[in-house]
Design a binder for this molecule. Structure first.
Ligand SMILES: O=c1ccn([C@H]2C[C@H](O)[C@@H](COP(=O)(O)OP(=O)(O)OP(=O)(O)O)O2)c(=O)[nH]1
Ligand SMILES: [Mg+2]
Length: 149
């Protein structure tokens, strides 16, 4: 499957790298930090990092903002709301909510690769309100109902 997605730079970010796949078959386009000054994230702190870009994708797609495993492993840096959801009708700047779960301060610099954006198809679902749901063997059982072995 292939889709065309429009990409726009936010004003003042001409020097910020555009999202890029770092290998031929990578799932995600890496996103670059468009911070205007270095941001020092202390342990436990979070920061909404601008990326300098906005996108427009067709209905039936979404974009997920996911952490980079290298930053998570080496520095404890991850996305607080992972996976972040970019709705198909969102036209604002894409932002990445980073949190420092490591033990040391971490500095976010302009043009650093901070996260990745993965596109997914989303089925169009019509929710139908009813009085009774269809029967199943499981019924309302859940949360460990089937045991552990
Ligand atoms: O990591 C993220 C998550 C969201 N967004 C933008 C795009 C998305 O379409 C919009 C709303 O996100 P979400 O639905 O997760 O947040 P909400 O708290 O439900 O806000 P809203 O009421 O605006 O939907 O914010 C980002 O830029 N980065
Ligand atoms: Mg929402």
């Amino acid at each position: 499957m292939s889709f065309d997605v429009q990409l726009k730079r936010m004003p003042g970010n001409e020097d910020v790298e555009l999202p890029r796949k770092m290998s031929e078959l990578a799932s995600g386009f890496d996103l670059y930090a468009a911070v205007t000054q270095d941001i020092r994230l202390q342990p436990g702190e979070r920061f909404l990092v601008p990326t300098g870009i906005a996108i427009a994708m067709p209905a039936g797609l979404e974009a997920q903002i996911r952490p980079r495993s290298g930053l998570a492993l080496k520095h404890g840096i991850t996305c607080l709301n992972t996976p972040g959801t970019i709705d198909a009708d969102y036209r604002g700047e894409i932002k990445v909510l980073l949190i420092n779960l490591g033990q040391e301060a971490f500095t976010i610099t302009r043009n650093e690769r901070i996260a990745q954006m993965v596109f997914q198809t989303v089925p169009v679902v019509n929710l139908l309100t009813v009085d009774e749901l269809s029967d199943t063997e499981r019924g309302a059982g859940g949360f460990g109902h089937t045991g552990t072995k």
